[in-house]
Design a protein. Structure first.
Length: 158
């Protein structure tokens, strides 16, 4: 088995989430039930992804490098808060079956595009460089132990 990297695994999750969001966007005016399901999966998945980063990756990076307040992770955490606010704004529209969330979606896509590029081009490769195979295996194992709805469940009962 080849060695798994943080970069490869997290990029793959970004791609999976991007596809779910595209499904939501392309079907929200023609098949709202399909769109809602795609958004639910996207929101829960993105929130879980953020939990993985904030509880597993960022502490590992900060421990290995000593970069806590002056490193990239405070910026990433701040952007995560902005992402969560935009997710909630879109979620409120989905809850009320209002497909007019184009502005919020574009804001989210702009933020995620910039955020994901920083992670994929700089932070993830840097974490791969400061961790060994066993440390990454521990992160992957711990990722699987975090419940899917840990980051704040979505869309129940509506």
């Amino acid at each position: 088995m080849s060695e798994q990297t943080i970069t490869a695994l997290y990029e793959k999750d970004h791609d999976r989430l991007d596809e779910l969001f595209k499904t939501f966007q392309t079907s929200k005016r023609s098949d709202f039930a399909k769109a809602k399901e795609a958004f639910k999966e996207f929101k829960v998945g993105l929130q879980r992804h953020i939990v993985w980063e904030e509880e597993l990756l960022f502490p590992m990076w900060e421990e290995k490098t000593g970069m806590i307040e002056d490193g990239p992770t405070p910026v990433m955490r701040f952007e995560h808060e902005q992402i969560k606010q935009l997710l909630d704004a879109i979620h409120r529209k989905v809850e009320s079956q209002d497909p007019d969330s184009d502005h919020e979606e574009q804001s989210l896509l702009n933020l995620l595009g910039s955020h994901n590029r920083k992670e994929e081009k700089a932070l993830y490769p840097a974490i791969d460089n400061v961790t060994n195979e066993d440390e990454r295996a521990t992160i992957f194992s711990n990722m699987n132990s975090i419940p899917e709805d840990r980051g704040n469940a979505c869309c129940s009962g509506h």
